[in-house]
Each structure stands twice: as structure tokens, then as C-alpha cells.
Design a protein around this ligand. Sequence first.
Ligand SMILES: Nc1nc2c(ncn2[C@@H]2O[C@H](COP(=O)(O)OP(=O)(O)OP(=O)(O)O)[C@@H](O)[C@H]2O)c(=O)[nH]1
Ligand SMILES: [Mg+2]
Length: 457
Amino acid sequence: MNYSKEDSIAALATAAGKSAIAVIRLSGKNAFQIINKIFKTNSKSSQQIKYGYIVDGTEKKDEVICSFFKKPHTYTGENLVEISVHGNPIIINEVLNLLYKNGARSAQPGEFTYRAFLNGKKDLAEAEAVCDLITSKTNASIKAALNNIEGLFSSKVKTIKNNLTNLIAFMEANLDHPDIVFLSCEEKLLRLDSYIKDIQNLLKTYKTSKILQNGIKVVIIGKPNVGKSSLLNTIIGKNKAIVTNIAGTTTDVIEETINYKGIPLTIIDTAGIRGHNKNLIELLGQKKTKETIKTADILLWMFDGSINLDQNDLKIATFLKASKLTVRIIAVLNKTDLPLKLSIDSALDINQLTSTIIKISTKNETGIFNLLNEITKVAGFSDFVNDRFMINSRHSILLQNALNSLIKTREILDTKDADEIAHFEIVNAQTALNEILGINTNQDILDTIFSTFCIGK
Ligand SMILES: Nc1nc2c(ncn2[C@@H]2O[C@H](COP(=O)(O)OP(=O)(O)OP(=O)(O)O)[C@@H](O)[C@H]2O)c(=O)[nH]1
Ligand SMILES: [Mg+2]
């Protein structure tokens, strides 16, 4: 990827297609010289936002507003111009081509943010959050991503890192002057314990972060007619799936995503599983159900509480046990508005598969909130807090590396008091934390991170 810092770069920052206004960004050493070649204005003022025309020689191309941002207080840390043009793709292309003709080149994905990172406007974790903010699916994940951009996560990493630096200095002094005790071994161990705890606490937020970003995929399974489609419809609040009293109504996979307490919950209705049937469509539907089960975060295994268990329920139990799934299962006892005939626990040896049984009636809409809360709880999501931040898999791997190195440092100090080997381990931990912030991070990793951004960001 060409991320040369010397070039001035330009790209459309708003979505492609027709729109009222489109914004083109231009950043770099020569940004102001380039725009001045093609922007004509009567404005004499030194204000930063100017009205005028984009011209190619004497030919007017569009009526625009140009916003000038002088370095260093800009997004990229360089001179930056934002040109608000009319949102016609032909105009956008013409203006971009004029910029390219006059010395800018087309920006790579994420290159504006990459420059912000290179110029010290953002550390790597803060820069990554910009992409998260754009792709966030709910208000809760937006809030968390915004907290990351503002440095909430980075500041926690920096604090631990600075503490390690301090401890490393003591250890180095000890190595240089073995006869002087700058810091007792007990004190070193105490400090290490506290840093280990800090990192463990950060790691705890990984599960929640994943849920905030990717949501929870909930797959409803069960034999025909237990009320799977009725449950989907009740949760999403509309009649998306057909409901009848004919067993085998649903033959396809039907899904819808809702926002529950800020978490994207994708609810998936499937074809009922049963032993005896010769209908090809239903058989294909059941095959699809089994494939969908493999992609679930949580399975809702539904039962009809108004009738006795039968071979079909047992067939599903056998299937689930044989599949050795790691997915969490919630048993859902439906139709509790009718007299209860079913006791699942004894008959199915259900404890092997789940410890959670929730009673609902899709007809009376009872137990539904209880079920949704149980879903988020089983998925490992604690209730929304204001100062939530997100850690991604890259951060989590590096935090884990730092943790392992600190645990080793502690072991070495505790058993051997061997400063030299302990020093090697604690420096490893420091390096891992630095990498989270983008200090000495290898170029391939940076390329991979920024290539996932959109162009113009
Ligand atoms: N009394 C009562 N009837 C219900 C309830 N939930 C669903 N039903 C009825 O049960 C029948 C089957 O409902 P569906 O939602 O189509 O069941 P399903 O599990 O999707 O069935 P298939 O698609 O055939 O696998 C319909 O007649 C529903 O009206 C409930 O809570 N109480
Ligand atoms: Mg159905």
C-alpha cells in the first residue's frame, strides 16, 4: 500500500451516489496550494470557511464551500481542506480529477486517519475506534467507540505501561548496583500483583466489546408447532414469519435484528426438526436448520408445554448431544397460557444440555422480557454502563501477552529473585502494551488495520 507521507491526498469523504451535498477531503503539505489553483472566491476575509467556485481554467465546475483547516490543529495534523460540493457523482468525479491533475493523489483506505496516527493526533487504539464508530450498529456501541476515540481505553493502557516503566527503572538500577536495594522484592511483587489485576480487568471487557460490536446471534429451534415463528414475531413486534397450526409451516431460515438495550440481537427462526416426514422441502429446511445451529451464539430450544414430550423432542436432544456444540442453550417452555402437561427436566435429561428453562406464552406475550434478559445474561453481557469502552481481538491478544509476561516476571522474582530474567519478561509486557498504542508497531500490522477503513476516513 502506498502510504507515502510526502503526497497530498484527496478522496470523497461522504457516501457515493447522489446527495444534497458531498464532502471531498484534501490533506497534505501542498493542500492549500493545490486548492488555490482551482478555487476562485471573492471572499477577502481570512475566515476559514469560504464560498466560491471550483474552476478548470475559466470553466466553472461547481459552486462550493471550502473549509480550510491550518495545521497542526486538524484531523490529520496537516493542512486540510474540506470541499462541500453538490452531491452529483459527475461533479464529484470532476472535482476529484482536478485535484489529482493539480498535484494530489487518491487517498488509500483509512489514510487520513493513518496520517492522524503518524502525526501523533491519535494513538493506534484511538485510530482503530474511528472505524468502530462508523460501523457500530447500536447507540451503546457508538458510545463505547466514542469513549475509545477520546482515549478512555488508551489512558488505562498508558497508566499500566507507565507503572511498568517505573518498575523497570528500579530493576535496571538493581542490575547496575546489585549491592543496593532500591526496591525490596516484596514491594516489586506487590506492584506486579496490582498491574496483573489491572490487565485482567481490561481483558474482562473483551466479551462485552465483542457483543457490542457483533451482537448476539440467537437461533430458535424445536420440533414443528411449538411456536418458533410466533416467538420470532413477538420479539420483533411484527408478523414476519407465517404462523399456522400445520406442523412444518416454516421451511426456510428467517431472521431479523433488533436493538435490545443497545445490543444487536439477531433472532433466527428455523424449520422444525422432526423424525418422520417425506416432504423434500421440509427435509431441506431441516438441513438448513442444522447448518444454522452451528453459527449460533445462543440456541433457544423450544417446547410446547401444553402437550407431552414426544419422539421429535427426543430426536432433537439426541442431535444436540451428538453435535457436541459449545453454544449455550436456553430451554423455552411455550404455551404456558394453556394447562401445563410437560415436565422437560426429568424426561430429557436436560441438565446435560442446559441449566436454564424459561417459561413463556407468545400468545399472551408473557415471559418475553425475562427471556431477552436471560439471553444477554447467558451471552455474558452485563448491563450498560456509561464509561464503557471497547477492546478488539488485537488488543485482547496483546493484553494476554502482557499478562503472561507479568505472571512469569512475578514467578521469577518470587522463586529466584533473578532480576535479569525477570527484566527480560517485564520488558516483553511493556512491548505488548506499546503495540496496543501503536508504538513500534510493525508496518504490516498498521497496513492491515488501516486497510479495513473506508476511503476518505
Ligand atoms: N395457546 C398458544 N398457542 C400458541 C402459542 N404460540 C404459538 N401458538 C400456536 O401454535 C401454532 C404453531 O405456531 P408456529 O409459531 O407456527 O410454530 P412453529 O414452531 O414455527 O412451527 P413450524 O414452523 O411448523 O415448525 C399456531 O397455531 C400458533 O398460534 C402460545 O403461546 N399459546
Ligand atoms: Mg414456524
